[in-house]
Design a protein around this ligand. Structure first.
Ligand SMILES: [Cu+2]
Length: 131
């Protein structure tokens, strides 16, 4: 009986994992505020420890690509204290900004993205799980 329960649990877990993998491979997360939204994609996807290219697609409140913004990115390994990285993402056009980060450890990271342009000053947090 206990074995059957374990098997059932395993089946449920693997089903959940499959569902997680098949759900939209592109966007890792898409937080939004009243003024902007950011969708993150990574290369590789899913992100693995080592160099990961982060691609932030930034849209304004009308859903249009936000150009000429300043994107400041802080990556914080939230499983630990005091392990952070910091840098500026470079504009690629069409609202896309990229930066390559070296994730020296797998685990739970938090990306804090500060977007500045003219009067706009927004900070959004994006969770990132590195395998
Ligand atoms: Cu760490």
């Amino acid at each position: 009986m206990r074995f059957r329960l374990l098997v059932l649990l395993f089946l449920m877990l693997s089903a959940a994992a499959l569902a997680a993998c098949s759900a939209s491979p592109a966007a890792e997360a898409a937080p939004a505020s009243a003024n902007i939204s950011i969708s993150l994609t990574t290369n590789p996807s899913p992100p693995k420890a080592g160099n990961v290219e982060l691609l932030f697609k930034v849209l304004n409140r009308n859903g249009q690509p936000l150009s000429n913004a300043d994107l400041d990115v802080i990556a914080d390994h939230i499983d630990m204290k005091g392990m952070t990285m910091h840098g500026k993402a470079v504009e690629q056009g069409n609202g896309v900004y990229t930066i390559t980060a070296n994730f020296s450890m797998s685990g739970n990271w938090k990306l804090s993205v500060q977007v500045k342009k003219d009067d706009l000053d927004e900070k959004l947090d994006i969770p990132l799980k590195v395998e």
